[in-house]
Each structure stands twice: as structure tokens, then as C-alpha cells.
Design a protein around this ligand. Structure first.
Ligand code: ADP
Length: 478
């Protein structure tokens, strides 16, 4: 057998790495989403509310300023005084050319100068303008709208708000999300490491068991707790190993028994040839006798190898092309073939098989079964004895019985007679040309066609072999 070389799994190929990495990638994606989406949505909401509030405040100022006399510094100052504190960071009013008339931020010194602001320029062209940004934890929003009177642009109102309070709220949310994310990341990573460790440990246990069994230690079993897929896999592996162990034991015993059986006739042949070759003064009759014995041993070897080949063919379980076969015809052929043997052994052969009883099998296999059973009935019989073959359709089965009035099988051997090479009386079997394989062949052949064979002791003497097959539907008697 080719030795299987198992390379250690590299870090990147290992199931554990793949498992942990997949877990981490999914968690990272979820956390990124958790940290960005709510913040972006909140920012957007704040921007929208700022736009509404700032533009409406600018509108209030603009409508207070709008009038037929236009805008001038004093007039704007008065109106702004009446409006009081707007709560805004800055309010600026310009004339139509963009020159600042009023500014709540005196530090800028902008009054009397051009307001060089994009928003103001847009407002002077008649457009409402708003922009807001969120930087350094605060919202900075600007809005500008035109001051119009009867379709005339009198100037622009620019308002500016710096809101650190809402900004801090958002920073707070962001920090909370970060903390939650960190906890989730740590817990998820730890859990994935623990699970992957447990998974790879159990897989490693299975792998080691497979390797041990592969190296020939068939008694090794995996012990795995739990009821998950891996435990089921371990159970299946153990069942498979059980089967492998049994098969291996049967194979070993068979090979050793077969070698032993082949060795005996070979030793006899060797002994007989040595006797002829080493003895110069051996007389021709003795040579004749020895050569005859050699021929007998060779015939025995031939029988054993033929039986072994039959068993090997049955073990290989090649697909069979079974067909309905009539039992009566095959039984008559067996009777015809074994009649001379029965006559020589002074045993009476009797058949009672109804016409038309069919079994789904091959003709050769049914012949082999009946031949072996009837031949045994004759071989292990006594002069004046009987062998009878019955067949009948019985309780949904085809039952074939071969009964004899022979020497019988002792109670303690009855379970073993179907074992390969098992013989109750070795000397008798040998004298009758037996190989100890006939009944194994009968059993394997019957089972191969869905049937079975059992043996019973008959009282007062003899044995009864019962072969049963499922009823053959098409062409059968049913
Ligand atoms: P063998 O070639 O020795 O006959 P089998 O497998 O056919 O081998 O039978 C196994 C053993 O079972 C025989 O050696 C014999 O001792 C016993 N046996 C089989 N059939 C009978 C029978 N009809 N009556 C008594 N003993 C039997």
C-alpha cells in the first residue's frame, strides 16, 4: 500500500484561520456600519433643522428691514435694536452692492466695507443660501437671504451660528458607539477563538483517529461527546472501523486457514515424490501406488482452489443477472449427477419438488446450493440411509429442505458448520474429498440472492438444511 503523506496544514490553509478571519471580517463590517450610519443620519438631521431655523430667523430680519425707504445704517440699527437678541453668533446686513451696513460682530470691523462672502453674493442675486459643516465637535451654519421690497433687492441678511452643544451630543453618541463596538469586537473575537479552537481540536482528534486506523490499529475508536455533526461523524467513523476490523479479522483467518489447507496436500505430494526419488530400489507397484496418491492430493488441491475461487467471486459481489429459475429442473439435474455417488454409498435419494416453483437466481448458483447440500447428505450418511429434497411455497417464501438420516451434527458444532474450513469430523470430511468450504459457498450464494440457509438437528438422527428465498413474483407460482 502506498504510504499517504499528510502535510501539516499551513496557517493560511487552516480551517481555524479561515473561520476566525471570516468571523472578524463580518464583525468589522457590522461595526463600521454601526459607527458611521447613525452618526451620518444624525448629522444630516441636525443640518436640516439648522437650515430651517437659520433661514426662518434670517427671513424675520429681512421682512423687518424691507420697506420703501431702502436700507441705511441708522434704519438697520434701529430695526435690529427692536428685534433684540436673536441668539445667533453673528447677524450681518448689507446694501444691494454688498457694503456692510450692520454687523453684530464689531471685532471684524466690517461695517462700511464689502462683505466678501459667497453666501452674501448669492443672496444679492436673489437666491436663498445655506451651508453648514461639522468640524471639531461643533456645527457651524451660515444662511443668507435677500431683503426684497416689491421685487427690488434692497440688500442681504447674513446669519451665522456656531453650535457646540449639539456637536457635543453627537460626539457623546459617537463615543458610546465606539465603546459598544469595542466590547462587541473583544467578545466576538474571544468567542470565535474559543469556538474555532474547540472545532479544530475535535477535527484534529478525528484526523488522528483516521491516521491511527490507516496505520493498521483497527481497534482504535474515537470518543467524542455531544450530539452535533462532528459527534455523528465520529460515531460513523467508529462503526466503519468496527466493520473494517471484522473484515480484517475474517480476511486474516481466511488467509491463514487457506494456507494451512493448501499446505497439507502439498506436504503429502512433497513427501511422496521424495520417497520415490530417494529410494533407488523402489518397486514399480509402490511407485504406481505413490503416483496415484499424488494424483489424489493434486485433485484435492484442485477442489480447494476451485472452492476458494468460488468464494472470492462471491466476496467480490459482482452484479448478478438473476432470472426466475424453476427449482424442479435444477433439482432433477442434481439428482441425476449425484445418483452414482448415492448408489455407491448405498443411500437412497428422493425428490419432492412441485412443478412451476420459481426462484429469482441464476441456474448455476441454484445448482451449486442444491448440489453441495445433497452431496453432504450422501457423504455424511450411513449405508441404507436416505436423502430427501423437498421444496414448497411456504408463508410468502420458497423453502427448499434437504434432509438426511446420516451421522448428524453435534449440538456444539451446529453454529459453526457454515464457517470457512470448519469440519466436524476432519478425517471423515477428508476421506470424502471435503474442503470445509461447501456450506460457506451455500450460505454466501443464498444470501447474495436475498435468501438464507439454516441447519437443524433431526431426531432421532440426521440433519435438515433449510434454504429460503423470497417469492419470485414474475413467472412464479404466486
Ligand atoms: P466439507 O467439504 O467438509 O463437506 P462443508 O462446508 O460442506 O465442508 O461442511 C462442513 C462440515 O459440516 C462438514 O465437514 C461436516 O462435518 C458437517 N456437515 C455438513 N453437512 C452435513 C450433513 N448433512 N450431515 C452431517 N454433517 C454435515
Amino acid at each position: 500500500m502506498e504510504p499517504v503523506v499528510t502535510q501539516p496544514t499551513s496557517f493560511w490553509q487552516s480551517l481555524r484561520t479561515k473561520y476566525v478571519l471570516t468571523y472578524l471580517v463580518i464583525i468589522a463590517a457590522v461595526l463600521v456600519l454601526l459607527n458611521t450610519y447613525p452618526v451620518l443620519v444624525s448629522q444630516d438631521m441636525v443640518f436640516k433643522s439648522k437650515q430651517t431655523s437659520l433661514q426662518s430667523q434670517a427671513s424675520v430680519v429681512a421682512s423687518a428691514l424691507a420697506g420703501p425707504e431702502g436700507l441705511n445704517r441708522e434704519g438697520v440699527g434701529r430695526v435690529m435694536e427692536v428685534l433684540g437678541d436673536t441668539g445667533l453668533s453673528r447677524v450681518m446686513v448689507t446694501d444691494p452692492s454688498g457694503v456692510v451696513l450692520y454687523d453684530t460682530s464689531p471685532a471684524s470691523g466690517s461695517v462700511g466695507r464689502y462683505a466678501l462672502l459667497y453666501e452674501v453674493a448669492q443672496a444679492l442675486q436673489g437666491r436663498d443660501e445655506f451651508c453648514s459643516d461639522y468640524t471639531a465637535g461643533a456645527f457651524h451654519s451660515r444662511a443668507a437671504i435677500p431683503v426684497t421690497y416689491r421685487g427690488m433687492t434692497l440688500g442681504a441678511v447674513y446669519v451665522d451660528e456656531y453650535d457646540a452643544e449639539q456637536g457635543q451630543l453627537l460626539v457623546g453618541i459617537q463615543q458610546t458607539l465606539w465603546t459598544i463596538s469595542l466590547v462587541i469586537a473583544v467578545v466576538a473575537t474571544t468567542l470565535s477563538l474559543i469556538f474555532s479552537q474547540a472545532l479544530t481540536r475535535r477535527l484534529g482528534q478525528l484526523l488522528r483517529a483516521i491516521r491511527t486506523v490507516r496505520e493498521g490499529e483497527y481497534s482504535h475508536r474515537v470518543r467524542m461527546r455531544g450530539k452535533d455533526e462532528l459527534s455523528r461523524l465520529a460515531g460513523e467513523f467508529n462503526a466503519l472501523t468496527d466493520r473494517l476490523q471484522t473484515t480484517e479479522e475474517v480476511r486474516r483467518r481466511f488467509v491463514s486457514d487457506a494456507s494451512h489447507e493448501l499446505k497439507t496436500p502439498l506436504s503429502s505430494i512433497r513427501l511422496l515424490t521424495d520417497s520415490i526419488l530417494q529410494n533407488d530400489s523402489i518397486d514399480p507397484e509402490t511407485v504406481q501406488e505413490f503416483v496415484g496418491d499424488i494424483g489424489d492430493e493434486a485433485a484435492r488441491l484442485q477442489r480447494i482452489t476451485e472452492h476458494l475461487l468460488t468464494l472470492t467471486r462471491l466476496d467480490a459481489a459482482a452484479p448478478v443477472t438473476a432470472e426466475p429459475v424453476e427449482v424442479a429442473g435444477v433439482a432433477q439435474r442434481v439428482e441425476h449427477m449425484l445418483e452414482p455417488l448415492a448408489r455407491a454409498a448405498e443411500v437412497q435419494l428422493r425428490l419432492d419438488v412441485p412443478e412451476g416453483l420459481m426462484v429469482r437466481i441464476t441456474r448455476d448458483d441454484l445448482y451449486q446450493i442444491l448440489f453441495n447440500l445433497v452431496e453432504n447428505g450422501i457423504k455424511y450418511n450411513l449405508p441404507g440411509g436416505r436423502v430427501e429434497l423437498y421444496a414448497q411455497d411456504w408463508g410468502g417464501k420458497v423453502v427448499i429442505m434437504v434432509e438426511d438420516t446420516g451421522v448428524g451434527i453435534p449440538e456444539e458444532d451446529i453454529d459453526k458448520v457454515f464457517d470457512r474450513f470448519y469440519r466436524v469430523d476432519k478425517a471423515r470430511s477428508r476421506a470424502a474429498g471435503g474442503t470445509g468450504l461447501g456450506l460457506s459457498i451455500v450460505q454466501d450464494t443464498a444470501r447474495r440472492h436475498g435468501g438464507d440457509v439454516t441447519v437443524q438437528r433431526r431426531t432421532p438422527e440426521g440433519s435438515r438444511f433449510v434454504v429460503s428465498f423470497p417469492l419470485c413474483g414474475e413467472g412464479g407460482r404466486t
